[in-house]
Ligand binder design. Structure first.
Ligand SMILES: NC(=O)c1ccc[n+]([C@@H]2O[C@H](COP(=O)([O-])OP(=O)(O)OC[C@H]3O[C@@H](n4cnc5c(N)ncnc54)[C@H](O)[C@@H]3O)[C@@H](O)[C@H]2O)c1
Length: 282
């Protein structure tokens, strides 16, 4: 099947980034969200982003026009026109299982249902549908227009043709796809979140200050930012959730969340978005 029309579910941080990147790459895009304000905010984010890119001559006037032509939808009624669906709704397993059941009922047979989930099993999402061979992970990174990696996640039942199709779409979108097998945290969060968690243990045990821990990893390992700064950027609640998923599903002590991480989440110190995490923000 030739892929021309992409339907993106969710207009939040990732959904609008995926919609924008797909549109400037030549796809006809519909972006759907159940919350009208989220849809408007997603459209406004895209408009601002592509006008900056046009100013800097990073995209052409045609690409700008294509992004401004993204169709908005408040329900799934137009999903039957889509050649592929990319789901980027809120990270909540029960919500995603329900969305996948609905997508399965309303999308055409043969259409791939991809998910941008960071931590939910693709094999489980696939089992919520009657087309498990066409369910695949397309794990983009934030901010989508800039980040090159696309982690393509192969569920237990995913067909190789579905994997090849999303790899090709990722390449058309200017990404570098890396295919991995479905497993808690995939490759990216399986490695990243335990590293951040270990940095929190190091802080909790008084081995060094937060600034010094970040400096060690920045200057010694050439990381663009330290792990505690990165945790604030990602959101401490998100890091804790991923650690819980790893701990519960892989069952090893090495994945236990640092008590300080949990306490900070309990206190509402979630990082940048809360104005306070390991550091303070205006
Ligand atoms: N933020 C990141 O850095 C990042 C990175 C990689 C992957 N992800 C994954 O991307 C997905 C989206 O994350 P986000 O950060 O964009 O979240 P977000 O909260 O910014 O956006 C989620 C959007 O989904 C919408 N939504 C909720 N229920 C819906 C439904 N039934 N139908 C359509 N839309 C619905 C919400 O209104 C919201 O606008 C999650 O699965 C997350 O794990 C996030």
């Amino acid at each position: 099947m030739t892929i021309e029309k992409i339907f993106v579910v969710g207009a939040g941080t990732m959904g609008n980034g995926i919609a924008q990147t797909a549109a400037v790459s030549g796809y006809q895009v519909t972006m759907m969200d159940v919350i009208p304000e989220a849809l408007e905010k997603g459209q406004a984010t895209i408009a601002k982003s592509v006008s900056k890119l046009l100013e800097k001559e990073r995209i052409t006037a045609e690409q700008h026009a294509a992004a401004m032509n993204i169709q908005a939808a408040s329900d799934l009624s137009s999903v039957a026109a889509a050649d592929i669906v990319i789901e980027a709704a809120t990270e909540n397993p029960q919500l995603k299982f329900k969305i996948f059941q609905e997508l399965d009922e309303q999308a055409r047979p043969g259409v791939i249902l991809a998910s941008n989930t960071s931590s939910i099993s693709l094999t489980k999402l696939a089992a919520a549908t009657q087309r498990p061979e066409l369910v695949v992970g397309m794990h983009f990174f934030n901010p989508v227009p800039l980040m090159k990696l696309l982690e393509v996640v192969r569920g237990l039942a995913t067909d190789e043709t579905a994997v090849k199709t999303v790899v090709a779409i990722g390449e058309t979108m200017g990404k570098v796809p890396v295919v991995v097998n479905d497993s808690p945290g995939f490759v990216s969060n399986r490695i990243l979140c335990p590293m951040i968690n270990e940095a929190v243990f190091t802080l909790q045990e008084g081995i060094a200050s937060k600034e010094d821990i970040d400096t060690v990893m920045k200057l010694g390992m050439a990381h663009p930012m330290g792990p505690l700064t990165l945790a604030d950027l990602i959101g401490l609640d998100v890091v804790l959730y991923v650690m819980e998923v790893l701990h519960e599903n892989l069952g090893e002590d090495k994945y236990r969340p640092a008590p300080l991480l949990r306490r900070m989440v309990d206190a509402g110190y979630l990082g940048r978005k809360a104005g306070k995490g390991f550091y303070e923000y205006d």
